[in-house]
Design a binder for this molecule. Structure first.
Ligand code: PMP
Length: 305
């Protein structure tokens, strides 16, 4: 959980953790009007490096563009502010949360007269689905909640409001004894987890749902596809049906928080051998070798502090 200490970058200034506050009548509190990112910084043998910083900041600006939010800083300024926040807090391994939101202005749904504000926090955060999950895998259930249809809310935006849908799916999953939910899209195809993308491995080939299946275009998803292709594993972005999950040899989740987490069962049905499979393990190893600077950073993913 997040420790209540340190400094937060708040509209251009470093403030104490407890002083990064907003008014209760801020637009975001009532209407979900925020966009945000989740980024990780890892310590390795060369120093501390932020993973795919530029891509995360790009996606933050893309999310803001979809919602017509004008961020009063450049992408470069936000990249610098993120690096500065990590340094200022003396963290060498952490999770970073930049958030852009509609602040306190006037009430009513129309947000255009509310200021667009930015905050960046960082704290130590371990494996999202538990440290042992990275090895043994998690148990998941297909949710009764669907991911938002494409003409309802834009899934390519990482917007606060989208996580109301995620919360419903997550709470249901936990109540049913699962670690995480898998949601289907509006057409009934597999979409994503409440905070992760999903991959299946069948006959040595990797498959993940396309962006048209109402999902967030994950940066870890992209990293895994690039690593797989470099390792000679074929990757397809094509619709996945529910029963394809049951019959897969391996399944795993990807996400900044979840990293690469194997799925050992879906709806109580064991996947493959019921343990982390060889393709999942190979991809995890290569992913962490790059992060730990044990492999060359050939994709240019690491920004050192
Ligand atoms: N889907 C959802 C709904 C998410 O919240 C996340 C986490 N940001 C992801 C997928 C994975 O995206 P990324 O790999 O960029 O963290």
């Amino acid at each position: 959980s997040c420790e209540a200490s340190g400094k937060i970058w708040f509209n251009g200034e470093m403030v104490d953790w407890e002083d990064a506050t907003i008014h209760v009548l801020s637009h975001v509190v009532h209407y979900g009007s925020s966009v945000f990112e989740g980024i990780r910084c890892y310590r390795n043998r060369k120093g501390s490096a932020i993973f795919r910083l530029r891509e995360h900041v790009r996606r933050l600006f893309d999310s803001a563009k979809i919602y017509r939010m004008e961020i009063p800083y450049t992408e470069e300024q936000i990249c610098d502010a993120i690096t500065e926040t990590v340094r200022e807090n003396g963290l060498d391994e952490c999770y970073i949360r930049p958030v852009v939101y509609r602040g306190y202005g006037e009430m009513g749904v129309n947000p255009v007269n509310c200021p667009v504000e930015v905050a960046i926090a960082a704290w130590e955060w371990g494996a999202y689905l538990g440290a042992e999950a990275l090895e043994v895998g998690v148990d998941v259930g297909v949710s009764t909640w669907r991911r938002m249809a494409p003409n309802t809310m834009p899934n390519l935006a990482k917007a606060g409001g989208n996580y109301l849908n995620s919360q419903l799916a997550k709470m249901e999953a936990v109540r049913h004894g699962y670690d995480e939910a898998i949601m289907l899209d509006y057409h009934g195809y597999v979409s994503e987890g409440s905070g992760e993308n999903i991959f299946i491995v069948t006959d040595g080939e990797l498959q993940t749902p396309p962006v048209s299946s109402s999902l967030l275009k994950g940066i870890t998803r992209d990293s895994v596809m690039k690593i797989a292709r470099a390792e000679g594993v074929p990757v397809r972005e094509e619709p996945i049906t529910r029963e394809m999950l049951y019959l897969a040899d391996e399944i795993f989740f990807t996400g900044t928080a979840a990293e690469i987490t194997p799925v050992r069962s879906v709806d109580g049905i064991e996947i493959g051998s019921g343990r982390r499979g060889p393709v999942t393990e190979m991809l995890q190893n290569e992913f962490f070798r790059i992060i730990r600077a044990e492999s060359e950073d050939s994709f240019g993913w690491l920004t050192y502090l």
